[in-house]
Ligand binder design. Structure first.
Ligand SMILES: Nc1nc2c(ncn2[C@@H]2O[C@H](COP(=O)(O)OP(=O)(O)OP(=O)(O)O)[C@@H](O)[C@H]2O)c(=O)[nH]1
Length: 337
């Protein structure tokens, strides 16, 4: 990853505070040269940084699969940035990509997985989702995008907390945590903590530090909320269909079986599988196998050695209408003989 340029993907619903955040980052002491890509022309008033406006362009793969969408605008823009850099030699250390408030983060993440030129020159450092505490509860009940943007986050930044009472702030944090218990929640902005975190890759490794008890609690919370809301408030269905759960397993896995199993899940759930990631304890492998997935795209890579950590697989799934029981049961067939 040495010479690759890191990219932080900034997402969050309309008016959440993405542009405000960019302006704050740029005015902090960080010593970095930024390029900012905005999907709509914003008021990012910083002359000495490169600000590029793009139109959101979704590129549908023509293999008939609606789940495999790429953001050709992003790929093209990054390509022109590199060309310009080669031609004019300006310094560039970091890219912030601000999406429109209505953007679906999955085609963006998939673009990084699928376009070789991007993989060679850039890496997705993290997905940072800005959550407007004042409006998010209402938005989650009325729109689909916010839950997905939250589900994708490696980090969640809460804004406008001061405008609402403490008990509502807590309710917001709890609701957001149920949608994505794996992302860190923050309320203040320090460029150091936001940039070059490698969270998109490292978040899978971090899972090993979460105990199954931690995640078990979240699962119960989710189920309870589901039942409760189903019984009483059907219009809450929107965000309650998005759920997350994790699998912790000490028995070693068979690499072929687990890879076939993941392919099967992708086939069944496709678009509804928002984010899935984890560490696999594959029999006889001296190293961890890390997997990262977005919709129908996933990859498996070698991670750290198991030498200093107890061997355990941890898998996390966040998606819509996932059949947790079915996924857990089918996983039982992946153990090594
Ligand atoms: N009170 C408060 N207002 C904020 C905060 N962050 C942003 N705002 C205000 O919220 C409004 C929208 O902020 P923007 O930064 O433009 O939000 P955005 O997410 O870029 O908006 P879009 O580009 O429309 O999606 C502005 O009036 C900001 O001043 C915050 O932390 N607290």
């Amino acid at each position: 990853m040495a010479n690759k340029i890191p990219i932080t993907l900034l997402t969050g619903f309309l008016g959440a505070g993405k542009t405000t955040l960019i302006n704050k980052i740029l005015t902090q002491e960080h010593g970095k040269h930024f390029a900012i890509i905005v999907n709509e022309f914003g008021d990012v008033g910083v002359d000495h940084h490169l600000v590029i406006n793009t139109e959101e362009q979704i590129f549908q793969m023509n293999n008939g699969c609606v789940c495999c969408t790429l953001r050709s605008d992003l790929a093209n823009t990054l390509h022109s940035i590199l060309e310009a850099q080669e031609k004019y030699g300006f310094p560039l250390d970091y890219i912030l990509f601000e999406t429109t408030g209505l953007a679906d983060p999955s085609p963006i993440a998939q673009t990084f997985f699928r376009v070789p030129f991007l993989q060679e020159n850039f890496y997705l450092d993290s997905v940072l989702t800005v959550v407007d505490m004042k409006n998010i509860l209402h938005l989650l009940n009325t729109r689909d995008e916010p839950a997905k943007q939250i589900a994708f986050a490696d980090k969640l930044l809460f804004t406008k907390g001061k405008d609402i009472p403490k008990n509502i702030q807590r309710k917001v944090q709890e609701t957001v945590e149920k949608l994505n218990p794996y992302a860190e929640q923050i309320t203040t902005i320090e460029a150091d903590q936001l940039l070059a975190t490698h969270l998109f890759q490292r978040s899978a490794e971090k899972l090993l530090t979460m105990t199954s008890e931690d995640t078990h609690e979240h699962e119960h919370g989710n189920q309870h909320e589901h039942q409760h809301e189903h019984e009483h408030e059907h219009h809450h269905l929107h965000h309650n269909q998005v759920s997350s759960f994790s699998i912790h397993e000490k028995r070693p896995l068979d690499e072929n079986k687990v890879s076939q199993w993941l392919n099967g899940l992708v086939y069944i759930y496709g678009q509804e599988l928002y984010r899935y990631k984890g560490i696999l304890n594959v029999q006889d492998s001296p190293q961890q196998i890390i997997f990262q997935g977005v919709n129908m795209t996933f990859d498996l890579n070698l991670g750290r050695s198991w030498k200093d950590v107890p061997r355990e697989s941890v898998l996390v799934f966040i998606g819509k209408d996932l059949n947790e029981l079915d996924i857990r049961n089918s996983f039982e067939k992946c153990f090594a003989e």
